[in-house]
Ligand binder design. Sequence first.
Ligand code: TYM
Length: 331
Amino acid sequence: MEEKKRIFSGMQPSGELTLGNYLGALKNWIKLQDEYDCMYSVMNMHAITVRQEPAELRKRSMEVLMQYMACGIDPEKSILFFQSHVPAHAELAWVLSCNAQMGELSRMTQFKDKSKKHADNINAGLFTYPVLMAADILLYQADLVPVGNDQLQHIELTRDIANRFNHHYGDTFTVPEPYIGKAGARVMSLQSPENKMSKSDPNPNGYVWLLDPEEVIIKKFKRAVTDSESEVRASEDKPGVTNLLTIYAAVTGKTVEEAEKEFAGQGYGTFKQAVGEAVAAELAPVRKRYEELAKDKAYVEEVYKKGAETAAKIAYKTLGKVYRKIGFVAR
Ligand code: TYM
């Protein structure tokens, strides 16, 4: 039997998961589970590049894992684990950091953005963040990495590091490809549609939380910023409406053109209500499953412990190979 290709991806537990995380990544993760060997991790080591309140981080990390499961990541099909439970991530990150250049790291837009936002805490981890991300992916010899648009630059860097390492030390790593979904790869804020929807947005009306109740979701869409026209049409000068059309398309599986036709001649009010209802209907079962899971801590614990054990086996196989290649004496 031909071996399945491997997928790795993850999210930082640095805030509540949003509709952006769902449409840009999670929805694709679910779809890919049958066809690939999938590993999905909660990237808590990445989250501490920004100051976190420890009790909050612990709580949110569990919540993110349960949200993966509530959305439909099935532990029977996919490996689920916390990044910090597999120390090989940090170990490989060190080796890779000796194969990454200061110049390429300083070109990363996420680093530039976050150093502006957290000017009082531009720590070394924030700078080497993409190296840890490369380690996450390369440890598991992942073929594909399903992410939203904003992570493309990091995957490109991962590929550069992998190619460089393979070139110096001989074939070691699979060079991964990004996987970007057709719709929803860049969901924008409902309040300022020129910015991406983000879990660290201080204005909760800008994002939809995966666990927002139905009426809250609908209200947020009703309040979404549009423009002074009334035509439901995607266009560069209509970022609000375009974003809503994209969201509607990603949720319903329709194309943006089909959605435009559906709402032709109708006002923004009807359109916003329909988008809100479609999103609320998609997320209602997620909330229900989440509430069930939250009552079954023992099961969730079993899932992430078993996940880390399986992940560690794969990870240490790669790390052993890396240590041999670079000339570390065997234990
Ligand atoms: P993070 O935690 O910021 O986001 C998690 C995933 O959600 C996607 N995403 C979006 N997609 C569409 N529209 C949006 N508004 C939106 N906001 C977020 C992101 O592209 C991502 O796929 N560095 C990563 C975490 C990470 C990782 C990895 C990912 C660490 N190691 C290894 C893949 C493989 C991050 O900060 O994602």
